[in-house]
Design a protein around this ligand. Structure first.
Ligand code: ACM
Ligand code: ZN
Length: 564
């Protein structure tokens, strides 16, 4: 009822005010804010409007437009038919390949809403923008005939600031079903994001079926129990660590992976798989101990924090394993970029391993004032994997540890450790910005720790995320090396969907504006007002979210019940 009243009021506003006012009302809801909006005069009736599509429109765009028509029909109660061949009246979609990648334009008059898009992505983003200008019931499954299904007359011209607009999800620490991942992708699409970074393997679980190495999932996907709370945390422990004594597991079959990748594709989202190596490999070592320096035995890790064990690069079988796994990964994921992690690889086993030390000698690696010989050994692994991927037309991506030493500039680097890592872009690496102090969405979003669900720590209120400027640490001559921005959702302390979305939203909204809006165009006060509409949409779609930005803390009661 509350939503309907608000919409009715907004509708009255549209009908009774001048063009500038009605523009302010609905266009201010759009997240990420478009680059340019010019107000017109009057409104266009959406309910029941016919939809026409230019003859040359590609099949994926047509499918997205059909889906949009279906949604409009459902919520307005009046069918919108899609026909081929552009019409003067009604809603029309056409493409213009001279426009910038992923851009779109919406021209609305009293008789027509014309969408001109550069490409498939432009079509998708125009549809998202239109959806955000409609009453929030657009996001629901019920017909609301008395809502004001109208759009204001205007012109919107829009294009993203960055072409890499990513969101990450760790499914190794806690597993989320393929269906839940699709719901996550839906949210990404709503925020005009185009890259899903899927962290599929780690010490605590291997989550992707690899046909050649069945034990990875048969054995490596299951840990025998999970630590409760923080490791050695006096707040949560009395005598050492406590474990839940419950086996935990889960993995995706290759068919499920293909299904998720195809679904992402229909939303304009590329899926970058991450197979983290040579550290973060304990689950694989538990399944195939012969790839470790000591030969094990190893067990799938039941605690968080960084493991000491890593793959042994001194054994040639390790590279056979890596190449076999990546071969199947490349078959499953068409993404040009393949992420091989490279973070937090402890080297003490390498220091004491005869095989690793033999390889170091053979390669002539020496410690110097910058890096140890074992760090150079990791560079050898990275470079070798990079060459293998390149032979298959793929590009290696890794966390910023991969530049500790000398590696090929063909690699793409994820910058997550400001103050601890060199800025990869300034060294000439193509770089995706994921600095932890702004974009680790598993950190607390309020300081009311008594009300917030237990988190890994840290504090990243939405205001902080919103304040990030990607160019800040980059030299002017290297600005073109910034591919884009991403946030990460690590899941050590996020074991269910309620916690997942609660941590994600609405910080993901802030991220989307950093990815999309031109430098200096962001405005937190406008953004905060837009969040009111966005949160109503989340309510309708049943996504939990934090209201810390409005001074309310903790998981809402309704969702706490779901968790019990
Ligand atoms: C990371 O957070 N270990 C990339
Ligand atoms: Zn070794």
């Amino acid at each position: 009822m509350k939503h309907i009243a608000a919409i009715a009021l907004s509708g009255m506003f549209i009908l009774s005010c001048g063009p500038q006012d009605n523009i302010n009302f609905v266009t201010d809801n759009i997240i990420p804010a478009p680059q340019s909006i010019v107000a017109g005069d009057g409104t266009f009736k959406v309910a029941g409007a016919g939809i026409s599509v230019s003859e040359d429109m590609d099949a994926m765009s047509v499918a997205a437009i059909e889906k949009f028509a279906g949604r409009l029909g459902k919520v307005t109660g009046r069918k919108s038919r899609v026909c081929t061949g552009l019409k003067e009246h009604g809603i029309s979609f056409c493409t213009d390949s001279t426009m910038g990648r992923e851009s779109y334009r919406i021209d609305i008059s009293a008789r027509s809403a014309r969408i001109t898009a550069a490409d498939f992505h432009g079509v998708l983003y125009a549809i998202q923008t239109i959806g955000q200008m409609l009453p929030v019931e657009y996001y629901g499954d019920t017909t609301v005939r008395d809502a004001l299904w109208k759009l204001p007359c205007l012109t919107i011209e829009d294009a993203p600031r960055y072409h890499y607009r990513g969101m990450h999800l760790d499914v190794a620490r806690h597993f989320f079903s393929a269906d839940e991942v699709k719901r996550y992708l839906d949210l990404m699409a709503m925020h005009k994001m185009n890259t899903f970074h899927w962290h599929l393997t780690d010490d605590q679980g291997w989550r992707v079926e690899i046909r050649k190495y069945p034990r990875l999932t048969e054995y490596g996907s299951i840990r025998k129990q999970t630590i409760v709370g923080h490791h050695n945390d006096p707040m949560h422990k009395v005598n050492g660590n406590i474990y839940d004594n419950t086996p935990y597991g889960g993995y995706y079959t290759q068919d499920e992976i293909r299904d998720v990748v195809a679904y992402a594709d229909s939303l304009g989202i590329t899926v970058i798989p991450e197979i983290d190596m040579p550290g973060h490999m304990v689950a694989a070592l538990a399944a195939y101990p012969e790839m470790g320096c000591t030969g094990g035995p190893y067990e799938v890790r039941c605690t968080w924090a960084i493991a000491d064990e890593a793959l042994c690069p001194g054994k040639e079988a390790t590279f056979t394993f890596i190449e076999d796994v990546l071969t199947e990964i490349m078959e499953l994921f068409p993404s040009e970029i393949i992420h091989i992690g490279g973070d937090e690889c402890r080297k003490q086993f390498w220091e004491n391993c005869p095989d690793c030390q033999r390889l170091i000698r053979k390669l002539g690696l020496r410690s110097d004032s910058r890096f140890t010989k074992e760090q150079y050994l990791q560079c050898y692994v990275t470079d070798r994997v990079q060459k293998f991927l390149a032979e298959h037309g793929r590009t290696l991506m890794g966390w910023d540890e991969i530049i500790e030493g000398d590696i090929s500039k063909d690699a793409v680097v994820m910058y997550w450790r400001p103050g601890r890592s060199r800025m990869p872009a300034n060294d000439g690496f193509r770089t995706v910005m994921v600095p932890a102090p702004y974009f680790y969405f598993d950190y607390y979003q309020s300081e009311h720790l008594d009300l917030e669900p237990l988190s890994i720590g840290g504090f990243i209120p939405i205001e902080k995320t919103y304040s990030y400027e990607p160019e800040e640490e980059v030299d002017p001559e290297h600005l073109d090396k910034i591919l884009g921005v991403q946030a990460n959702l690590w899941t050590e302390f996020i074991s269910d969907r309620v916690n997942m979305y609660y941590n994600l939203l609405p910080r993901m909204d802030a991220l989307s504006e950093i990815q999309w809006c031109e430098k200096g165009k962001r405005d937190f006060e406008r953004f905060k007002k837009a969040l009111v509409h966005q949160m109503q949409a989340y309510d309708i779609m049943d996504y939990p979210y934090s209201r810390a930005v409005f001074g309310e803390y903790g998981i809402p009661e309704k969702f706490k019940q779901e968790m019990e």
